[in-house]
Design a protein. Sequence first.
Length: 306
Amino acid sequence: MSRGAHGSSLVDRIDRIDRRWIFLAMFLAVAVPILWVGVTGRTFPETPTPAVQGAFDALESLPPGSKVAISMDFDPASAGELQPMATAIVRHCAMRGHSICAMTLWPAGGPIIDATLKDVLGPRPEYRYGENFVSLGFQAGNEGVMKQVNADMAAAFPTDARRTPLADLPVMKGIRRITDFDLLVSVSAGYPGAKEWVQFTVSATLTSGKPLRFVAGSTGVQTPQLIPYYPTQMAGILGAIKGAAEYEFLVNDAVRRADPAASIPARFQEAQRRMAPQLFGHVLMIALIILGNAVFFARRARGVQA
C-alpha cells in the first residue's frame, strides 16, 4: 500500500469513527480530573485577570473594620456559578476584619444569605450577629430599592431579617445611606442585579463628593453586559465560575502567604476544583474540532463531498 493510500485510509477510518468513542473520551476528560482532584485535594493554579484582581484589591485595600454591603441577588438555579463567589467574598471580608451587611432583592436570596454567613462566619467567634455582621434579608421593589438606599437606608430596609430596627443594630451605626459603606458588592444572576446597581445606585454617586466603590460577580451570560462599566463605575468583575476560581485563588494564596502550613478546606476551593474537568473538557472539544476540520479538508482535497 502506498503512503498516499495509507493516508487516505486513515482519514476514512477517522471519518467513520463511532460517536460513542467520542462520548467515552468526553466522559473520561471530565471524570478523571474530578477523581484526581477529589483524591489528591490539589487544584490547578489560576492567573487572575485584571478585572478579578481589581475586585480583590478593592476589598484588600480597605482598612480593617471597614463596612461592606453585599447584595446576593441570585437563587439556587445559579448557585453553581455564584455561590463560590459569595463564599469567597464573605470569607475575604472576614479575613480582613470587615463588617458585613448582606441583603437581597431576590425572593430566594434570603436562605442563601443565611447559609453563606453561617458557613463562613459560624466558626469565627469574633463575628457576632448585629455587632459586625447582619442580614437585612429580602426587600421587594427592584430599582425602587436601589434608588431609595441612595437617600435613606432605613427607609429601604426598615428592619433586618430578624425584624430588628436598623437603629438598634451596632453594625449599622453611622449608616444612613448606601454611600456610608466603604464598598458595595453585588453577586447577581440577572434582573435585578449588578447592571441595575450600577445604573440606579453607583452612577448616581459619581458626581457626589463620595462616589461609591462597587464590585460585582455575575453569571457568564450576564458578564458581557457589565464589561463597559469597568473600570469607571466598577472596580472589578468576577465572571462566571472562572472568575470565582481566580478570586478563590487570590484569597487562598493570601492565607498560604500568612501561614504556609495552612490547610484550605474543600468548601473554600469549590470553584478551583471545578476548573480541572472544565479545562480538560474544553481541550478535548478543541482537539475534536481541529481533527474534524482536518478530515473535512483532506476529503475535499480528494474530491469527496461532505
